[in-house]
Design a protein around this ligand. Sequence first.
Ligand code: GUN
Length: 292
Amino acid sequence: MKVPVTAQLLDGKSLARTIRLELRDEIVEFIENNGEVPTLAAVLVGNDPASEVYVRNKVKACDEVGIHSRMFRLPADASQDDLLALVAKLNRAKDEPTHGILVQLPLPKQIDSTRILHAISPLKDVDGFHPENVGRLVQGAPRFIPCTPYGIQQLLVRNGIETAGRHVVVVGRSETVGKPMALLLMQRGAGADATVTVCHSKTHDLARLTRQADILIVAIGQPQFIKAEMVKPGAVVVDVGIHRTDAGLVGDVDFPTVSQVASRITPVPGGVGPLTVAMLLVNTLAAARAQQ
Ligand code: GUN
């Protein structure tokens, strides 16, 4: 195999822009046909600076494509009952329609995230975290696919990266990224049909497994965790991590060295992050359609 010297970038930022442009037309058509504007309710509890940025980006992206967004803020000391009451109100939302509900994670420690995610109407669960939607994904009949895995699948498909029969190694087993990513890629069909291995912090000899990956997807939440010697020459590397360090933003992958070994690699920033936001918009339009 020819060993590339420098990997080609997988540009999530520009693909996200393309997806938003596609959506804009579909949303105009939706509004014409239904007389209703697709609407997302975004809920932020507390003042976590990263969450503030993420929610702001989501609201801004809604504006760009013609989705109406409603922002709800609760104080850092809000109780679980306060948040459950807000979610119940948004689930009903009769006078002012709300098609999608997003509760930004992580939540303050006095609130049980699972309780909250289970309380969101599965028909409005644009994050795809409700057990009914997770179960549907497990059974190969997804309703809402979690936004980050969905965005990564789009990145692979639209860059012509074959997944069928290939060995995808997912590093990280979170409910938001690693686990749904593995489920999505092991499904039957386009952009899937992969052989999937999931590794995590307790995996023995992790490098032995990551070195087998044709496609390596890293969501372990540790800065520059994946080094060049953990990557097979010519592999496709997708970096979900984002960390603010003294040296600037870095991912879970040691980009300077791994990009010398991989064939394609996502940058941080400008890789997976913008796609997560774009797929939230896709899911919000899907929710609005399903509710007509
Ligand atoms: N926090 C980090 N990623 C996500 C996500 O995809 N959805 C929500 N709601 N919160 C997050």
